[in-house]
Design a protein around this ligand. Structure first.
Ligand code: PLP
Length: 441
């Protein structure tokens, strides 16, 4: 069943009964039937998939769905890139896990260090959450200070010491100039906020004032805010943040888990021309295989080797995943970015136009391969407090109307685009957007 033909998809009539039954069955053995809380609470419910195919996912109800989750941003080459799959199969024939070095590690590390401006040296890990922890430990060891500055609405993983004010409900965060750290989970150690300070993002005077206290080890930020919204840094903000860090002996850490290999081959740091001390990466680095990296200035990363700073992990640099990394990086050519970006931009512009024609107030902003649609805002958001005021209830209805037309988008407003989202896929998506917009208008 294709979305560009007449039929249930075009009429907004796809059904998901088998998924609903399977999720209920899963829940006998798996909490909530899913293995991440971020997969709970979707409308009409979490889906169960049989396979991927380029830009599409095929679910167990037999629906063929255009996918804009793209593995929460990881699948920059789509679901079934032949080169990556071949490399993985070849490496799997050579063995699974050596607990020692494999030649592919050198190749993988060299590629990342050649591409990411701040990466002189690196260490590999398996998840973004984990390398965020490594960055905080390294910064504390390097500076002898404790406090890590993080920003409202920025997400750096699910661990106790950093899951603060990642998505606070509007009105709960205290004064904008000095937000109250708010826990993201029940059971989180209440003392775990004592090592962090929460600030509003894109506010340079507030950051400068906090750093002037002289106790901050690192400023950790998404260099473009992509967990909530798809917000570019204000002109001069990143350079100003770097200068303030330098002045006060603080390290600047960019979390490029979403922006890396998506805003461009060198990530947000290359796009905006500001090189941090440390960078963490994951997601698109290996197109859906579990690889993460912490990279940065050689003397900082070398603290892992000779500075008594521990970094471990059974699955670090697992060779099959690094074979996927190398093949992914080889496919991320300038031509890939040019072609995919053109499709992503046409999609973004088309959505903006359709919503305006249907009289739906919305801000459609961001980058060609990752953008955000927020309903009900009069102006583009500059920070979390702005984006938190968007009309989430109506957007959820829109996302559901799209899903029934065979297009799967995140209910938080993010759209991730891959190289498989070509002209035809964009056309089919815009037809679904038209139908969904009419339905909810
Ligand atoms: N940092 C950012 C910016 C993220 O978006 C995420 C996950 O979405 C993480 C860190 C955590 O990464 P992971 O889910 O791989 O642990």
């Amino acid at each position: 069943m294709r979305t560009d033909e007449n039929g249930p998809a075009a009429a907004g009539g796809l059904r998901f009964e088998k998924s609903a039954r399977q999720i209920a069955e899963n829940a006998r053995y798996i909490a909530g039937g899913v293995n991440s809380n971020f997969r709970l609470g979707m409308t009409p419910g979490p889906l169960v998939f049989e396979r991927g195919d380029g830009a599409y996912l095929i679910d167990i109800d037999g629906n063929r769905i255009i996918d804009y989750y793209c593995g929460m941003g990881a699948m920059v080459l789509g679901h079934t890139p032949a080169g990556v799959l071949d490399a993985v199969k070849r490496q799997a024939d050579q063995g699974i896990l050596y607990a020692g070095q494999a030649m592919v590690e050198y190749e993988a590390a060299k590629l990342i260090c050649e591409r990411v401006p701040s990466a002189e040296r690196l260490r590999f890990g398996s998840s973004g959450s984990e390398v965020a922890q490594a960055a905080m430990r390294l910064a504390r060891a390097a500076t002898g200070r404790r406090t890590i500055v993080k920003f409202e609405g920025h997400y750096h993983g699910w661990f106790d010491n950093i899951l603060w004010s990642a998505a606070p409900a509007p009105g709960t965060g205290g004064p904008a100039e000095a937000p109250t750290p708010l826990a993201g989970s029940n059971g989180q150690d209440p003392d775990a906020s004592s090592g962090i300070a929460v600030l509003g993002w894109n506010d340079l005077p507030a950051l400068e004032a906090r750093l002037a206290r002289g106790d901050v080890a690192a400023v950790l930020m998404e260099p473009a805010m992509c967990n909530q919204g798809a917000i570019a840094p204000a002109a001069g903000y990143l350079a100003g943040a770097l200068a303030a860090c330098r002045k006060h002996g603080t390290l600047l850490v960019f979390d490029e888990v979403i922006t890396g290999f998506r805003l461009g081959r060198g990530g947000a740091q290359e796009l905006f021309g500001v090189t941090p001390d440390l960078t963490i990466m994951a997601k698109a680095i290996a197109n859906g295989f579990p690889v993460a990296a912490i990279a940065g200035r050689a003397e900082l990363i070398d603290l892992f080797a000779s500075g008594g700073v521990l970094h471990g992990g059974t699955f670090n640099a697992q060779p099959i995943t690094l074979a996927a990394l190398v093949a992914t990086q080889n496919a991320l050519t300038p031509e890939h970015f040019a072609r995919s970006s053109a499709h992503g931009q046409r999609l973004q512009d088309g959505i903006r136009e359709i919503l305006a024609q249907e009289g739906i107030k919305a801000q459609v902003v961001g980058f060609p391969l990752m953008f955000h649609v927020a309903f009900g805002l009069d102006a583009p958001a500059r920070n979390y407090r702005d984006v938190a005021l968007s009309d989430k209830a109506t957007y959820t209805r829109f996302a559901h109307a799209l899903l029934r037309r065979g297009v799967r988008v995140l209910e938080r407003g993010a759209w991730f685009v891959s190289s498989e989202h070509d002209e035809a896929v964009v056309d089919a998506t815009l037809a679904a957007v038209q139908g969904a917009a009419r339905e909810i208008a």
